[in-house]
Write a protein that binds this ligand. Structure first.
Ligand code: HEM
Length: 531
C-alpha cells in the first residue's frame, strides 16, 4: 500500500518513478521516446533504452552472494570498473550522462540507474516492474565478474550462481535481456569485432547485429525466432562459435526454458518482470531498500508555504492518479487552521500526465481557483494544520487523518540580494518562524555533488536572533547573511522536537529581489512588498 504523505524521500521516489510524461514529469523518460532514441552522435541502430538496461545488468553482475559485495550500486560509473574489458563499449558512459543528470538529494545515482532500466523496459512494451529506492552509491569499484561471450558455459553457470541465479534463471535473465535488450539492442562491431563484421548499412552506422527482428520493443521474438531456427542473434549464430554464448546458455536445458517462452508470451513477460525486479534489487549486503514504491491515489506535490507580511501563501499541486478530467469533476480543498477555523477553495486544472507506456493517466490541479500556479492566501496567525481534498463531491482525507502541513517555519519573501558584486555577504536569506514553536536549528540546504558525483546536502546554520524580530502577530524572523556562491540554490531545513523538516522548492538566491528596493535591512521585513 502507498506510503503516508508527507515523506520527502518516498514522495520524491514516487514522483521520479510514476510522473513519467506530461505535467510535472521528470526528464528521463523523454530520452527513450520513441524507444529507438539515441542521444549520442549520429549512430543509428543503437538506443538509450538498451544501454540503460545493459548498464544496470553489468553494474549488478559484480554481486557475490558469498561475501555480499557488489550489486546495483552504480560502481560501474567509476573509471576503475568501467574501463575493464568486461565492460567494453561506450554505452556505460553514455548512460551516466543522462542518469547522473536526473539525480537529486532523494534519488541517488544507483537508484536513478535502476529506475532508468525500469522506465526503459516498461515504456517499450515490457512489463511493469516493482521498483524500490534506497540503494547506496559506491565510491570504489567492485570485484570483476561480468560474464563475457568468449567464456565457456561452466564459467557462465558459476558467474550467474555467484550473482544469485539458478541455471533456469540464468537462461531466463539472458533471454529477458535479449528480449528486452536483444529486442532493444544488439552487438556492435566496434567493441566486438570478433563477433560482428562491418555491415556497411547507412541505417546502421554503428554496425549493430540485432538480437531479434524487433530490436526496440519488448516481446518474446528472441525465443520464437530462436526455437524456429530463424534467429539472427549474433551470440547464437555468430560466425565465431567461441562467442556464441547465448547458444550455449539457451541450449543448456535442451531448450526447455526457451521453448516455454516461445509458447507463452505471458510466461515470458511475468518471468522477466520478476527477474528484472530481482536484478535491480540485488545490492551489497547491509543496504536497506524501501518498500516497493506504489502510486499515491491523491498526491499533493510541491507544497510550499511562503511568508509575505501578514499572509502565508500556500502553493502546490495535487495529482489524481489513474483518472481523467471528466471523472475528477470539480476538485477543491478544505483546510483546518490553528484557531479551530476552516477554509476552502476549488482548484484550477493544471494538466494531464501519463505513465508506464500509457497504462496510467493522471490529472493535476493547482492550489488556486483561477490559475494552476497561483496560491491560497492564509492569515498568518491562523496558519494551517492540515488539508483535505474534495474530488467530485467526495472527501479524500485518508479516513479522517487528512494531509498534515507544517507551518512552523517557512521562506520569507523579504529575502534579498544586497548587490551581486559588492561585499562578502551579498544576500540575506529570511525565514519566518512561528512564535509557539522552538526549533533546535534552522539552516539553509544547498545541493552539492561530492567528489564521487553523489548528490549531498550542505547545511549552513541560520543564526537564532538575539532579540525576537516580529514579522507579524504569529511569526518572527531568522536571517542569514551569506554569499550567493556559498549557498547556490537553497531549500530550508529545520530540526524541531527531534524531527527534521525540509522545504520543497529550491530557491535560486540569484533571483532574490534587491535589498535596496525599499527594504532597508533585516529589522524591517516586508516593507515595499505587494501582496
Ligand atoms: C552470459 C551473459 C551475457 C553475455 C555474454 C552478454 C554479452 C553481450 C554482448 C557482447 C553485447 C553487445 C554489446 C555491444 O555491442 O556494445 C550485449 C548487449 C546487451 N546485453 Fe548482454 N550479455 C549477457 C547477459 C545479459 C543480461 C543478463 C542482460 C540483462 C538482463 C543483458 C543485457 C544486454 C543489453 C540490453 C544489450 C544491448 C546493448 C545495446 O544494444 O546498446 N545482457 N550483451
Amino acid at each position: 500500500s502507498p506510503h503516508i504523505w508527507p515523506s520527502p524521500k518516498l514522495d520524491a521516489l514516487e514522483s521520479a518513478r510514476f510522473d513519467q510524461f506530461g505535467f510535472n514529469a521528470g526528464i528521463m523518460p523523454g530520452f527513450i521516446q520513441p524507444c529507438d532514441s539515441f542521444l549520442f552522435a549520429d549512430d543509428t541502430g543503437r538506443s538509450n533504452a538498451a544501454d540503460w538496461i545493459r548498464t544496470a545488468y553489468h553494474d549488478m553482475a559484480t554481486h557475490s552472494t558469498t561475501d555480499g559485495t557488489g550489486g546495483l550500486d552504480a560502481s560501474i560509473r567509476l573509471d576503475a570498473e568501467m574501463d575493464r574489458p568486461e565492460n567494453a563499449g561506450d554505452g556505460f558512459r553514455n548512460t551516466f550522462i543522462i542518469v547522473s543528470g536526473v539525480t537529486n538529494r532523494y534519488l541517488g545515482i544507483a537508484d536513478a540507474l535502476a529506475l532508468a532500466a525500469v522506465v526503459a523496459i516498461e515504456n517499450c512494451g515490457g512489463p511493469e516492474i516493482a521498483y524500490r529506492g534506497g540503494r547506496i552509491d559506491a565510491i570504489e569499484a567492485n570485484t570483476p565478474g561480468v560474464p563475457e561471450p568468449q567464456q565457456d558455459l561452466r564459467s557462465h553457470i558459476a558467474s550467474f550462481a555467484r550473482q544469485g541465479c539458478t541455471q533456469t534463471e540464468m537462461i531466463s535473465l539472458v533471454a529477458c535481456g535479449r528480449v528486452s535488450l536483444h529486442s532493444f539492442g544488439g552487438v556492435q562491431h566496434d567493441p566486438f569485432p570478433n563477433i560482428v563484421d562491418e555491415l556497411n548499412d547507412p541505417e546502421n552506422t554503428d554496425d549493430i547485429a540485432h538480437f531479434d527482428t524487433t530490436f526496440v520493443h519488448f516481446d518474446n521474438n528472441v525465443a520464437t525466432e530462436y526455437i524456429s531456427g530463424t534467429t539472427q542473434n549474433p551470440l547464437v549464430v555468430g560466425f565465431n562459435d567461441t562467442t556464441n554464448s547465448d547458444k550455449r546458455i539457451f541450449g543448456n536445458d535442451g531448450n526447455a526454458t526457451m521453448r516455454s517462452f516461445a509458447d507463452s508470451p505471458s510466461l515470458f513477460t511475468s518471468t522477466c518482470a520478476e527477474l528484472f525486479a530481482r536484478m535491480i534489487d540485488t545490492v551489497p549486503s547491509g543496504v536497506q531498500l524501501t518498500d516497493v514504491i506504489t502510486p499515491l491515489p491523491v498526491k499533493p506535490d510541491n507544497v510550499e508555504l511562503t511568508m509575505v507580511n501578514d499572509t502565508i501563501r500556500l502553493s502546490g499541486q495535487v495529482r489524481l492518479w489513474n483518472t481523467d478530467q471528466a471523472s475528477a469533476g470539480t476538485v477543491g480543498v478544505l483546510w483546518d487552521d490553528h484557531l479551530g477555523g476552516q477554509g476552502n477553495t476549488t482548484f484550477a486544472f493544471a494538466g494531464t500526465a501519463s505513465s508506464i507506456g500509457g497504462k496510467y493517466n493522471s490529472v493535476w490541479y493547482g492550489f488556486n481557483a483561477i490559475t494552476p500556479f497561483g496560491f491560497i492566501g492564509l492569515d498568518a496567525a491562523a496558519g494551517i494544520e492540515r488539508f483535505r481534498f474534495v474530488v467530485n463531491g467526495k472527501l479524500e482525507d485518508r479516513e479522517g487523518v487528512g494531509f498534515e502541513v507544517q507551518d512552523a517555519y517557512m521562506f520569507s519573501l523579504t529575502s534579498c540580494l544586497y548587490s551581486l558584486n559588492g561585499g562578502e555577504d551579498p544576500l540575506r536569506l529570511d525565514v519566518a518562524v512561528r512564535n509557539d514553536v522552538n526549533p533546535t536549528r534552522i539552516y539553509a540546504e544547498s545541493l552539492v555533488f561530492d567528489g564521487f558525483g553523489r548528490p549531498t546536502i550542505a547545511e549552513t546554520d541560520i543564526p537564532r536572533p538575539d532579540q525576537p524580530v516580529a514579522i507579524n502577530a504569529a511569526y518572527s524572523l531568522w536571517s542569514l547573511n551569506a554569499s550567493a556562491i556559498d549557498l547556490g540554490d537553497v531549500t530550508i531545513g529545520a530540526e524541531i522536537d527531534g524531527k527534521r523538516y525540509s522545504t520543497v522548492q529550491r530557491r535560486s538566491v540569484l533571483l532574490f529581489p534587491s535589498c535596496d528596493g525599499g527594504i532597508s535591512g533585516p529589522t524591517q521585513p516586508g516593507q515595499g512588498l505587494e501582496l
